[in-house]
Design a binder for this molecule. Structure first.
Ligand code: ATP
Length: 347
């Protein structure tokens, strides 16, 4: 059992909080992603779990045991970083075997375990190559195999794909997903890339300025963002957000009027996703085209409504000129309402 519990975890340097009052339970075999912009405290959280950083306050429990005072090597955790940190003078086989030697695992087991780990990341045929003779993606897979070979209770992965080019990132991401399904080891994965988070995670923890903003499945976070920060961080393009006033279920802002909402009267922030709205139809907004982007399977139309840019996904054959007036339909059912002051979700 490798359930991980973080209880009131805080990391403070002087008066600066890197992480504040973090409470989280990561289930045995769960794939949990820590997601947030640079500096939000993801890596610090991970380093505290690994034992590379002391928590200022709080308890870190792994499998029911408090590990705050345990050395990293005694926590049964394997880590994969964005820099692969392979030994340049060892070949692939020796690099993967290294953790077994360090841990004094009987030599008779090495061959089989190294081969199994290498096969899992499809490196079987590269065993004799040095890291300098491998591509970036292959090196990252050696790093993965080196973590797998230990058969740890917990995997920690810190932006393992960030040094790879876009295409390799997608294929290695799929490989990590497949591996996690096969290995079923509790995994905490750090990224600032929301697509990586959405595709890999059982649950996502969205962080900002050392604080947890929301914990949920990818679907929960996408469909019910807890606040405007999560709403604008998840999804591409970001959720359209506009300020206005609610009166008896009608939202009115600059250039927009939407009826049939259930929300309070007074100032409110309204949000909707580009893919939920449509061009034509209800004409809750009519505004000039600011830009058109061809996406292949669709056309992203951005209009300038009042001072705000509003994006809507149109069919791929939709065409208009910059400056043309376009009507956008925004049914009440696709709208999210947030507190105008705090940004917290209303409802
Ligand atoms: P990135 O995606 O850029 O790696 P992150 O979310 O992983 O960001 P952390 O590395 O956890 O961010 O850092 C969280 C905050 O703590 C940052 O503002 C950082 O500057 C600060 N921080 C990290 N290490 C220290 C330190 N040793 N002393 C003081 N502040 C630190």
């Amino acid at each position: 059992m490798a359930e991980i519990q973080l209880r009131d975890i805080t990391k403070r340097w002087g008066s600066f909080f890197g992480v504040k009052d973090l409470n989280l339970t990561i289930a045995d075999r769960e794939f949990l992603v820590l997601l947030g912009p640079s500096g939000c405290g993801k890596t610090t959280t991970m380093r505290m779990i690994a034992g590379l950083e002391d928590a200022t306050d709080g308890d870190i429990m792994i499998g029911g045991q408090r590990v705050n005072d345990l050395d990293p090597k005694d926590r049964d955790i394997a880590m994969v970083f964005q820099s692969y940190a392979l030994y340049p003078n060892m070949n692939v086989y020796e690099n993967i075997r290294f953790p077994l030697k360090v841990r004094k695992i009987p030599g008779a087991e090495h061959d089989e375990r190294v081969k199994r780990a290498a096969d899992m990341v499809e490196l079987g045929e590269f065993m004799h190559r040095k890291p300098s003779e491998l591509s970036g993606g292959q090196r990252q897979r050696v790093a993965l195999a080196r973590a797998i070979v230990r058969e740890p209770n917990v995997f920690l992965m810190d932006e393992p794909l960030s040094n790879l080019d876009a295409k390799l990132r997608v294929s290695t991401r799929a490989q990590i997903k497949n591996l996690s399904h096969e290995l079923k080891v509790t995994t905490i994965y750090v990224t600032h890339d929301q697509i990586e988070a959405m595709t890999l995670a059982d649950r996502v923890v969205v962080m900002e300025r050392g604080l947890v903003q929301q914990v949920g499945t990818p679907t929960e976070i996408y469909d019910h963002p807890a606040n405007t920060f999560v709403a604008s961080f998840i999804g591409s393009p970001a959720m359209n957000l506009m300020q206005g006033t609610g009166t008896g279920g009608v939202f009115e802002g600059a250039n927009v009027r939407i009826a049939g909402l259930t929300g309070p009267d007074g100032p409110v922030t309204l949000g909707f996703r580009a893919e939920d709205a449509a061009v034509g139809g209800g004409a809750e907004i009519t505004a000039p085209v600011y830009t058109l982007e061809l996406l292949g399977d669709a056309t992203m139309v951005t209009v300038k409504a009042g001072g705000a840019l509003v994006s809507v996904k149109a069919p791929k054959d939709f065409r208009a000129e910059i400056g043309d007036e376009v009507a956008i339909s925004i049914p009440a059912g696709i709208c999210h309402l947030f507190d105008a002051q705090t940004g917290a979700r209303l409802e």
